[in-house]
Design a binder for this molecule. Sequence first.
Ligand code: ADP
Length: 542
Amino acid sequence: MQGLMQDWPLLCHKILDYAAQQHGRREIVTRSVEGPIVRTNYAEIRLRSLKVAQRLARDGFREGDRIGTLAWNTARHLEAWYGIMGMGGVYHTLNPRLFPEQIVWIMNHAEDQALFVDLTFMPIVEKIAPAIRSLKKVIVLTDAAHMPASALTNIVAFEEWLAEADGDYAWRELDEKAACGMCYTSGTTGDPKGVVYSHRSNVLHAMIAVQKDAMGIGSTDAILPVVPMFHANAWGLAQSAPMIGAKLVMPGGRMDGAAIYELLDTEKVTMSAAVPTVWLMLLQYLEEQGKKLPHLQKVIIGGSACPRSMTQKFRDDYDVEVIHAWGMTEMSPLGTLGTMKPEVAGLSGDAQLDIKQKQGYAPFGVEMKITGDTNDEKPWDGRTFGRLKVRGPAIARAYYGGAGKDQFDPDGWFDTGDVAHVDANGYMQITDRAKDVIKSGGEWISTIDLENLAVGHPDVAEAAVIGIAHPKWDERPLLVIVKKPGREVTKEQILAFMDGKIAKWWMPDDVSFVEAIPHTATGKIQKTTLRDQFRDYRLPSP
Ligand code: ADP
């Protein structure tokens, strides 16, 4: 027997239709790339997105076409996304922090037909456009007055191009499983791999994200997504904010402490989301300037591990709740969020930080398990760690073009490449990347635990741990340290600081001091490069 309910496909443009109808006057505030703060609302964004769709269709772009965006978080970037999706196209976000050759590789791989680009990135585009074989048009997200001189032929100012459309356009009727977005993982090993979102996965992901125990957002919120739309689908905020009619505050190209503080304050932002480095800059600015955060209620922090000291500072000095989150591009990207279940809600002080330091638990729609070397499932005891595998309706089932097949188990689980343990309450803690974990005498040592401990030393600015080949134990940990400017500290002092806080056999065999630790385009420690740097290094004999 079949259910007798309507077939209402989960399409992304329905989110914008809803926002325009129910929350039409809610503001979207942008620090524009040209400089001034500009204001629009969901009703206007919908109309202009319809114009984008109409204009793209008139230019001959078709359903399924990949259309690149190389842009900051702005209202225009939102209009480009919704316009592309609404005419059946696939927005393809490009990370400007990649090397130009990587962007060329990615755009050629995806066969991007057109590109929306911010003024900031015109120098990159001038250089790479001729190398992108499928590229037919470049649309610069600005008006005619700000158009730069260009050697490219098929290039137009967004506002001029848009003015030729009236918005009398009906969104394409699509299968909810049709592709709507694309984002390549940064590819720290091997070539980047394309993740392809569907309308259905994006809509379901947004519904998951807005729940009280996930991001917990609603129409009375003002949300500042610092996390860029070009990285990991902006953590879904481009869909989840309009879905509940929240005000959006878009930071454009400025993400320094002063700029972010100004928006948090003047726009009365209640919730924000960013990687830890952004918050480091903000906290430093607040301290220097003696500023407070009277409006901000919570920040979602993820992308890499949120330091315990950061959660504590926000809580104790600014009365802001930190929600630690974990996820990845392949998961749309939310995987877990550290909101408090009744089992832990009553905790305070250090006991609360113990939970908040973990990456959180999975909402409905994300199944997880941890497995050992033979795919055997490990217990949720908060100690035993294994490879973290996930399943759900907003999780990739393949990469574009069939790359990376070995990450997808035949039984439908996606291997995240992360190593984690899960406690009896379901709270997960990342202990490593599978390729970074140190295997010593058949047991695993968590490099992240060692790094977290080392950065707790007052003279240490940054720490990284890598495995070094060892004749007896296979691998042993080497601790690489960048000292804080003007500070002096010795290997013996660091090891004495760590002593007693970890198992004896986890203690690094050596400490090496360096000027800098290499990072990826998304701000993570680049362990492959670091391992290359230490290729000829030999551990001291015991
Ligand atoms: P990229 O690899 O391009 O930066 P992702 O954002 O998809 O893109 O990276 C996902 C990875 O980032 C995860 O698999 C995990 O290793 C790491 N990560 C994300 N959030 C956290 C977190 N809160 N703590 C520790 N690691 C995290």
